[in-house]
Design a protein around this ligand. Structure first.
Ligand SMILES: Nc1ncnc2c1ncn2[C@@H]1O[C@H](COP(=O)(O)OP(=O)(O)O)[C@@H](O)[C@H]1O
Ligand SMILES: [Mg+2]
Length: 406
């Protein structure tokens, strides 16, 4: 297809997406996706200006680095200058461009060679910017491409204005756990199967992050590496700044056991113990548990605490396994497809319990699922594709579990 034709088509599609929006977040992230693809770029981001703090927040991004939850001062760096002045910047030689300071993308696995950054202007205010980084083929951006980005940003800004976007960015959160360039190989025949191909991801305190991706893309492998059930081949895993990249010693194993709670698709309850005893059993082997009865109450099963697993439904058994995870009073709960075996209504019950744990206890939950609908609950949605992080979206308007359906 002719370049011109491709650009017209992209503009049309973006317009379509933005003008018929149900979900503004989806429309904006979809538009970013479209423009990154049309311009064959390595990365892209949408930044919003928070007037209260006068800082720019990365709300959607695509590319190898995890910059979600990242913020920078208005007026600083390319993104800040574009937002402050309301004027586009195109950089084709960052090494020799005085406006360019190493930005968030440099040092996080992406060396900037060429960049377009355009303001989100809604006619009277600049409310942020859109940024596209590095052509995949190594060539530089040109004026026509800049213009396409400006069209897209103008459309986006107007849509945001019409929809009355209100965002409370809150305080910047602490990082609990970080994967840096994580690679995982499994032996396969004579060679190796590379399952994770350089994962960069931060998990923040008190957030509900959902990891989506098709079966076999590496979600469980990533989760298991964080949980210490598997080891990375290359790269780094930090939990609270401590390096867990090498096989555990005893002290680290103990720390991780107390720090993390696990929930799996299968409930793994002991059949000869009651619901309460299943939870007490775990409470007895950790340092700082909450009361087992309290954990059972939090998952709404006080009236069934003396039942054996076989006397409970699937959803109730899963709630016992959630109680077993929270009784440790963990900082981070890892949940791998916790509702995969449950029907919709039971899933909603279980997801409500998990969501309440995040909201009421400030416990961080990282949940893996192949069901994209479940992503709508999350604070952040991480998409994994073929061993890489395809995109990370900050979900500005999480739904309540009752609003889900599939
Ligand atoms: N222990 C293992 N040995 C060899 N290959 C594995 C092992 N575990 C997972 N894999 C392979 O790694 C890929 C990713 O698996 P997984 O992380 O379980 O994906 P997901 O959870 O996204 O469905 C799959 O191709 C799977 O077959
Ligand atoms: Mg899996």
């Amino acid at each position: 297809m002719e370049r011109n034709e491709r650009f017209v088509k992209a503009t049309y599609e973006i317009m379509e997406q933005l003008l018929n929006v149900d979900d503004l977040d989806d429309a904006l992230s979809g538009s970013l996706q479209r423009i990154v693809k049309t311009l064959d770029s390595e990365a892209g981001a949408i930044w919003y200006l928070d007037e209260k703090s006068d800082r720019l927040h990365s709300v959607f991004h695509i590319g190898p680095a995890d910059i979600s939850n990242y913020s920078i001062e208005n007026g600083i760096g390319i993104e800040g200058v574009v937002t402050k002045t309301g004027k586009s910047i195109m950089i084709t030689d960052p090494a020799n461009d005085p406006r360019f300071e190493p930005t968030v993308f440099d040092g996080q696995g992406l060396k900037t060679t060429s960049m377009i950054c355009v303001p989100l202007n809604n006619g009277h205010d600049t409310i942020g910017c859109v940024q596209i980084i590095n052509k995949k083929n190594g060539s530089l951006y040109d004026e026509e491409e800049l213009e396409l980005c400006e069209h897209m940003a103008a459309l986006a800004a107007i849509t945001i204005e019409e929809k009355g976007l209100i965002v409370d960015f809150g305080e910047e959160k602490d990082v609990l756990c970080e994967l840096i360039d994580v690679v995982k190989d499994y032996p396969s025949g004579d060679g190796v199967l590379r399952v994770l191909k350089g994962i960069n991801l931060k998990v923040y305190e008190g957030e509900f992050v959902v990891v989506l991706g098709e079966s076999g893309c590496g979600k469980s492998t990533m989760m298991n590496i964080i949980g210490g059930m598997d080891y990375l081949t290359d790269g780094k895993l930090l939990i609270e700044g401590r390096d867990f990249s090498k096989p555990d010693d005893e002290e680290l194993t103990r720390f991780r056991r107390e720090y993390l709670g696990f929930i799996f698709q299968s409930y793994n309850l002991m059949p000869n113990l009651t619901a309460l005893e299943n939870v007490q059993f775990i409470a007895e082997i950790v340092n700082d548990p909450i009361e087992a009865k309290q954990a059972i109450a939090k998952v709404g099963l006080s009236d069934r605490e003396n039942n054996y697993p076989a006397q409970l439904s699937g959803g109730q058994q899963q709630r016992v396994s959630i109680a077993r995870a929270i009784v440790k009073n963990p900082r981070l709960i890892l949940a791998d497809e916790p509702t995969a075996a449950l029907d919709l209504n039971t899933s909603i019950e279980v997801l409500s319990v998990i969501r309440d744990i995040v909201r009421n206890n400030n416990t961080t939950v990282m949940m893996v699922t192949h069901n994209a609908e479940i992503g709508k609950l999350a604070d952040r949605i991480v998409r994994v594709q073929n061993g890489r992080i395809a995109s990370i979206k900050r979900n500005l308007h999480p739904l309540a579990p009752e609003e889900l359906s599939w």
